[in-house]
Design a protein around this ligand. Structure first.
Ligand SMILES: Cc1cc2nc3c(=O)[nH]c(=O)nc-3n(C[C@H](O)[C@H](O)[C@H](O)COP(=O)(O)OP(=O)(O)OC[C@H]3O[C@@H](n4cnc5c(N)ncnc54)[C@H](O)[C@@H]3O)c2cc1C
Length: 414
């Protein structure tokens, strides 16, 4: 196990503290900006960061109704992987994963990226075929994954029970460079880097309207007054439909609460991430020792950012066959976030019917892993009008029937 000196711990604590400080000291908005990004989650902040870093656009404001990373970015279970089936998905998720590898150095902020490996258990014959197919697709896409045997699963994760009565473990899709990162640190790191480039991160300010002159956006109405802009990027996840409606168009998005829970902290017992999609549950161990357990999405659309008892019960019941040890753990807390689901379970990174207004949403249950790649692509789209990583994810695909079907890789999984 890696050990840190007292000095290194103090330095990291000071850096996190700076992140928190930035979180609460917001500048007063200027009358107008070249670019306004609505939403200071990971995707909005990463968009602002790559606008500055890759395209030299720095007269930028990020407007947030709550606090940095207070949406889904600070509520997810932090799984990072790129083993998707379709080529456009693998391209953007792998770009994101590879940027995560050096993000701490890039931002000079420890986001605690931990490429400990992610395995997706095959517990039915159908899943064996599905994951073997994905492993072949990943080989063609240059994404390193491998279909592994039950014995290898047990070797990598000794606490797993392979012989569950309902769903024995039959193998797994293994991505050795997948893993986790500290989610709020991703938001703080991007925010600090944006702020160092002279951008304004304006929290506690809600966008309440989008002002247009004919077909062109001119700025946003907010709880702190009107703020003008030449380009507008909307990156508000579960609230995308609400902001789109302010601009006069509709999105093919449904908003639902997705839930997760953590146990009390225990000694290190699991150093990989395990996803069990048939029973629907997934688990990893945080650096603090808590078992981080992902649950399901509500079966109806809603905006309630909280957990509910039946999901806790269903998720734990699903996982206990494969991980008998969790029956002896106490739950510490549970919560929910509003995720933005598209019909094909792929994101939208797109121009909109309003000139100079762009939208990035639809990451649903699995967008944390995509943050750096998504920000990279969205910034390129906003700066140049096109981006090779984003072009397949345009809004027009729903009209043209050109879906990027990731319902198996992303429907419930993360
Ligand atoms: C329980 C749970 C577990 C998950 N697990 C994983 C996982 O393991 N791996 C993974 O890859 N993904 C996971 N996800 C999904 C992931 O968290 C999201 O896809 C991702 O964080 C979305 O980031 P974002 O920046 O688009 O949205 P958010 O982080 O939600 O940011 C949007 C921001 O916009 C703000 N906003 C909204 N409306 C307005 C307005 N009118 N004016 C100003 N600001 C506004 C919100 O306050 C919010 O801060 C999970 C999600 C949940 C809820």
């Amino acid at each position: 196990m890696r050990r840190y000196s007292a000095f290194a711990i103090a330095r990291e604590a000071a850096r996190f503290h700076q992140g928190w400080e930035r979180a609460w000291r917001s500048p007063a908005p200027k009358p107008s900006y070249d670019v306004i990004i609505v939403g200071a989650g990971g995707h909005g902040l990463a968009t602002a960061y790559y606008l500055g870093k890759n395209h030299g656009i720095r007269n930028v404001a990020v407007i947030e109704k709550g606090w940095l990373g207070g949406g889904n970015t600070g509520r997810n279970t932090t799984i990072i992987r790129s083993n998707y089936l379709q080529d456009p998905s693998a391209a953007i998720y792998e770009k994101a994963r590879s940027l995560y590898e050096t993000l701490s150095q890039d931002l000079n902020y420890n986001i605690m990226f931990s490429p400990r490996g992610v395995m997706m258990l095959a517990q039915t014959q159908h899943e064996i075929r599905g994951y073997q197919r994905t492993a072949h697709a990943n080989a063609l896409q240059g994404v390193t994954t491998e279909y592994i045997s039950p014995a290898k699963v047990k070797q990598l994760c000794p606490i797993i029970n392979l012989d569950g009565p309902r769903y024995p473990v039959l193998g797994a899709l293994w991505q050795p460079r997948g893993g986790t990162a500290r989610h709020d640190a991703v938001a703080w790191g991007y925010a600090r880097a944006c702020s160092d480039m002279g951008m304004d991160i304006i929290q506690q300010t809600e966008v309440t309207g989008v002002r247009r002159d004919g077909g062109k956006v001119t700025g946003v109405e907010t709880t702190k007054g009107f703020i003008g802009c030449s380009k507008l990027g909307v990156v508000v996840a579960g609230h995308s439909g609400v902001v789109a409606e302010m601009a006069g168009f509709r999105l093919p998005i449904e908003s639902v609460a997705l839930q997760a829970l953590v146990s009390e902290p225990v000694k290190p017992c699991m150093d990989v991430v395990v996803m069990a999609n048939t029973v629907h549950g997934y688990m990893s161990q945080s650096d603090k020792g808590e078992m981080v357990i992902g649950g399901g999405a509500d079966g109806y659309n809603n905006y309630t950012q909280r957990g509910s008892f039946h999901h806790v019960e269903e998720t734990v019941r699903a996982l206990v066959e494969t991980f008998p040890m969790i029956s002896r753990l106490k739950m510490l807390r549970w919560w929910g976030g509003i995720v933005d689901m598209t019909g094909d379970r792929s994101p939208i990174i797109s121009k909109t019917p309003v000139d100079n207004m762009f939208i990035n949403c639809g990451w649903g249950t699995g967008g944390f892993k995509a943050i750096p790649g998504s920000g990279w692509a969205m910034a390129e789209l906003m700066a140049k009008g096109t981006s090779p990583l984003a072009d397949a994810f345009g809004l027009e695909r729903f009209r043209e029937g050109r879906f990027i079907d990731e319902s198996v890789a992303a429907g419930v999984a993360h």
